[in-house]
Design a binder for this molecule. Structure first.
Ligand SMILES: [Zn+2]
Length: 76
């Protein structure tokens, strides 16, 4: 099972914060530059993935935390 199958990562422009929408059939790879359709700045693909991964991890740990809190609040 690959990470790409489980994670639906939205890439966000590092310059203006707009979601980056590439053509559906385009596959980006390490070292590519993705031009933002809003501000036209070139985004480094590797940096985008790093940011997206951090966001993904934050989201997952928050959900786990909430789940644990709910569980415990029912016990007391
Ligand atoms: Zn932008």
């Amino acid at each position: 099972m690959g990470i790409s199958e489980n994670f639906n990562i939205t890439l966000i422009c590092l310059f203006c914060g707009a979601p980056l929408e590439g053509p559906e059939d385009k596959e980006y790879s390490s070292g590519d530059l993705i031009e933002c359709s809003q501000c036209e700045e070139p985004n480094d693909y590797d940096s985008l993935i790093e940011v997206a991964k951090e966001k993904g991890v934050e989201k997952v740990s928050k959900e786990v935390e909430d789940h644990i809190k709910n569980k415990f609040s029912k016990l007391f």
